[in-house]
Design a protein around this ligand. Structure first.
Ligand SMILES: Cc1cc2nc3c(=O)[nH]c(=O)nc-3n(C[C@H](O)[C@H](O)[C@H](O)COP(=O)(O)OP(=O)(O)OC[C@H]3O[C@@H](n4cnc5c(N)ncnc54)[C@H](O)[C@@H]3O)c2cc1C
Length: 370
């Protein structure tokens, strides 16, 4: 009989799902019988941060790690869209500013993009009418990333879940991991339904990552930060790029059925200002027609933030933490899964300096949040 190994993934968000799929595909036919389980405390997978994501996939980052993860993400989501109706569209990202200093930053980001092999264009001034039929205000400077993309959240999660099941990943919903004991070569995992042993446990629990780490006495610098995304009652140009006003933080994109999705992290001194009110106030500086639209739904979710905005992917004993995606988990999931695979599967080689992904790293660069 061949060898057998068990991998338990805690969390059925996009990170857990894509990691499970990647491990299942890489280990099929390896001669070792891998059992890969995703344990999700919710009643369905993808029901937490993953359900709220705007599903933008961009290449504009500052740190080489995030650039690498973005590259992998674009490749994976684009390839998946050839066989699954995920709604992946290379609409591009358009970053806008009227601020002198931010204009200089965008110029530098353009050079960084090009030197990393990603196309990018600068316009000064910029008329967004060049990129979409929607009437968006002109700005002092615009950075356009033509290969960045948008996708559809529900369809994407459905596709990945389906692929996991086809590749014999066992998805266990409604089951919460309550205790973990790392015994060196294996882990004892207690859940609300069972006690079992796994060769590797992957902590892909999003904003709960630190709680899971604490079960084994570790601490991770991951904090939860609330973010909202609104669905408005109007349809927009399906080819509109994801538009970001860096000065206000407002962004908008064509969502499901080309409905307008818009968001941003706004601060108000008045506690009774609703999110819809703030969204329209700041959004109308970019897109005047948002004033006439009604907010059908406000989705509230959370970013799992690290101080540097760069995720943590580190192995301690039999546990691998994959967390802290700082609002970029959807686009970075395929790259993160590839790093995990290289960390834990025999015969694979690491291609990223492990120190840079560790929780106690010191990084000189904080990635841009827009
Ligand atoms: C408003 C908003 C917009 C966003 N837009 C984008 C975007 O455009 N592009 C992008 O790339 N990203 C975006 N993001 C970020 C993205 O949603 C997240 O980075 C990503 O979903 C994180 O995935 P995850 O699997 O780590 O977390 P989650 O989806 O939160 O999954 C973690 C799972 O772990 C489970 N869990 C926790 N503890 C346990 C336990 N003890 N036992 C079992 N299960 C457990 C939870 O139930 C949860 O389902 C956005 C986020 C928000 C909030």
């Amino acid at each position: 009989m061949g060898m057998s190994r068990k991998v338990s993934i805690i969390g059925g968000g996009v990170i857990g799902l894509v990691t499970g799929l990647s491990l299942a595909r890489s280990t099929a036919g390896s001669g070792t019988d891998y059992q890969i389980d995703i344990i999700e405390k919710g009643e369905s997978v993808g029901s937490q941060s993953t359900a709220v994501a705007g599903y933008g996939i961009r290449t504009v980052y500052r740190h080489p790690i995030n650039l690498y993860l973005a590259h992998k993400g674009l490749q994976f989501w684009s390839t998946l869209s050839e066989t699954s109706a995920t709604g992946f569209r290379r609409n591009g990202y358009l970053f806008l500013t009227n601020d002198d200093e931010t204009s200089s930053t965008l110029q530098r980001e353009r050079y960084r993009q090009i030197s990393n092999g990603f196309p990018a264009e600068i316009r000064q001034p910029v008329d967004p009418g060049e990129f979409t039929t929607e009437e968006i205000d002109s700005y002092q400077t615009g950075l356009f990333s033509p290969i960045s993309a948008v996708s559809n959240s529900t369809r994407t999660v459905d596709s990945i879940r389906h692929l996991c099941e086809r590749n014999t990943v066992r998805i266990r919903t409604g089951e919460e991991v309550t205790a973990i004991e790392d015994e060196g070569t294996r882990c004892r995992v207690e859940t609300t339904d069972s006690t079992e042993y796994s060769d590797t446990v992957i902590n892909a629990s999003g904003i709960w990552a630190n709680e899971i780490a604490q079960l084994t006495g570790e601490t991770l610098p991951v904090e939860s930060s609330t973010r909202k995304l609104a669905v408005l009652d109007r349809t927009v140009d399906p080819e509109m790029p994801l538009v970001v006003d860096i000065d206000t933080g407002f962004y908008m994109l064509p969502g499901h059925n080309n409905t307008l999705y818009a968001g941003g992290h706004f601060h108000s001194k008045r506690a009774d200002d609703s999110y819809g009110h703030l969204l329209k106030k700041y959004g109308s500086e970019t897109y005047n027609r948002i004033s006439d639209a009604s907010v059908d739904e406000v989705r509230t979710g959370h970013y799992a933030m690290t101080p540097s905005r760069i995720p943590i992917i580190e192995q301690t004993g039999s546990i691998v933490h994959v967390c802290g995606f700082s609002g970029h988990g959807f686009m970075q999931a395929p790259g993160a899964a590839s790093v995990v695979k290289r960390m834990i599967l025999p015969g694979e080689t690491n291609i990223i300096n492990k120190e840079l992904l560790s929780s106690d790293r010191t990084l000189s660069v904080t990635d841009i949040q827009f």
